[in-house]
Write a protein that binds this ligand. Structure first.
Ligand code: SAM
Length: 411
């Protein structure tokens, strides 16, 4: 049976499971106090139809934001995309929406107090329900945890990712170049080559840090029957990843999370995998110490990442690094950071030649598809991408920008 309950706890936490919200059923199922709460907060949207229309969801979210205290949380769980079970129904009024609809409604909701102070919701977590993924290979049950914060609280870096570097259109542009499911160098080709080195066994647990839209995770889970957890700070990236997971019968979970603050119990994963992501992280030593703790003894870390040559970068390259907010190191120093975090058998390979070859092939492919690219995006998008690739090629051909592959083991 679908979820037909809506519970509102007084205090700083609102818990809402509203997937098939038949209004009559809510009234029957909801406790008296929660019903009273709903009534006292306005019931217009409960009386007009037997399903939640989009505007009703928006209205409900606005109300919930008002009810919850500043610093309090809203937990929201939904069936997305399609029905969860396979029971046939004569009539099913449920709207199985895409998760990005809910993310957008919550993200864009603002409330004001009597003094004109503005509040909004900050996304603490968004993930598929693990039990459904593990037991049913079903990624359609999604939950979100939001926290009410003052509008000026700093969520700067996540905003930068979602609104500047990885806007939805920007992600799709990159995917066109890197290949379906990928936002990093070489797409499926380098993924196959690197994953081969991990000697994955069925049932192993893999953490993908900065998973993007999940291409590497689907590949690992489908080909090697491993359980993959993909985390990414960008809401846009995880929204795409969740959508792409639908219909794939493999064990992949996605979560919006900042790898610098996320915690896992010690000895959780067999593999920590990260592709072209840690360039964004300023405190790499701390992150590598976390990786070491999260890995089981015998576990491996595999990282590909942007690097630089030793010495001071040219003014142009320094400007590029600054504008992107990257933190780049030379390949040797990068390997040493892994050793310092406790890792053994550290392999630190300079893969800049491969990076150059891949960039050239990607550039030729985009230029060949110019008309289709412009038709699907725009001329400006095309010029941005081609210009960006040419600039990367100049930097990497001169040897200033480098690309590293790192593999290491926890003994
Ligand atoms: C170049 S993309 C690579 C995506 C994916 N690994 C791939 O290969 O397609 C870098 C990713 O790192 C993510 N990222 C940046 N900072 C992060 C952080 N602090 N925690 C988690 N993910 C982060 C970005 O949102 C982005 O999706």
């Amino acid at each position: 049976m679908s979820i037909n309950i809506m519970l509102f706890f007084p205090g700083p936490f609102i818990f809402a499971m509203a997937s098939t919200v038949y209004f009559k059923t809510i009234m029957r199922n909801a406790s008296k106090s929660s019903f009273t709460r709903l009534c006292s907060s306005g019931t217009i949207y409960m009386q007009h139809s037997s399903t939640l229309f989009d505007f009703v969801v928006e209205n409900l979210v606005e109300r919930m934001v008002k009810w919850v205290k500043v610093g309090g949380f809203i937990f929201f769980r939904e069936s997305c995309f399609h029905q969860s079970g396979d029971s046939k129904r004569k009539y099913n009024p449920t709207h199985y929406r895409e998760p990005r609809f809910y993310t957008k409604v919550f993200k864009e909701c603002h409330s004001f107090d009597g003094s004109g102070n503005s509040f909004e919701l900050s996304l603490i977590g968004c993930k598929c329900i693990s039990a459904y993924v593990k037991n049913k290979k079903n990624q359609n049950q999604i939950c979100w945890t939001w926290q009410k914060v003052s509008s000026h609280d700093d969520k700067g870096f996540q905003r930068f990712l979602d609104n500047v570097q990885y806007k939805s259109n920007g992600i799709l542009r990159y995917e066109r170049v890197f290949g379906q499911g990928f936002v990093s160098t070489g797409g499926m080709e380098t993924t196959k080559e690197f994953v081969e080195k991990l000697d994955l066994k069925p049932g192993q647990k893999v953490l993908d840090v900065g998973c993007g839209i999940g291409g590497g995770d689907f590949y690992m889970a489908e080909k090697f029957d491993v359980d993959v957890v993909g985390i990414d700070l960008s809401i846009n990236m995880i929204s795409f990843a969740l959508e792409r997971a639908i219909g794939l019968e493999c064990s992949v979970e996605f979560e919006v999370a900042d790898c610098t603050t996320k915690t896992y119990p010690d000895n959780t994963f067999d593999v920590v995998y990260s592709r072209d992501t840690i360039l964004h992280i300023q405190d790499k030593p701390a992150l590598f110490r976390s990786f070491f703790k999260w890995l089981k003894p015998g576990g491996k870390v595999l990282i590909s990442d942007y690097c630089k040559s030793a010495g001071t970068p040219s003014p142009e390259f320094a400007e590029y690094i600054k504008q992107r907010g990257y933190d780049l190191h030379d390949v040797k120093a990068y390997g040493q950071m892994l050793r310092d975090a406790g890792f053994d058998e550290v392999i630190a390979e300079d893969r800049t030649d491969q990076f150059n070859q891949v960039l050239k092939r990607e550039l030729i492919a985009i230029e060949k598809e110019k008309d289709e690219f412009i038709q699907d995006f725009s001329e400006e998008d095309y010029n941005d991408i081609v210009g960006g690739w040419k600039a990367k090629l100049i930097r990497s051909s001169s040897g200033e920008q480098r690309w590293g592959l790192f593999i290491a083991k926890k003994k």
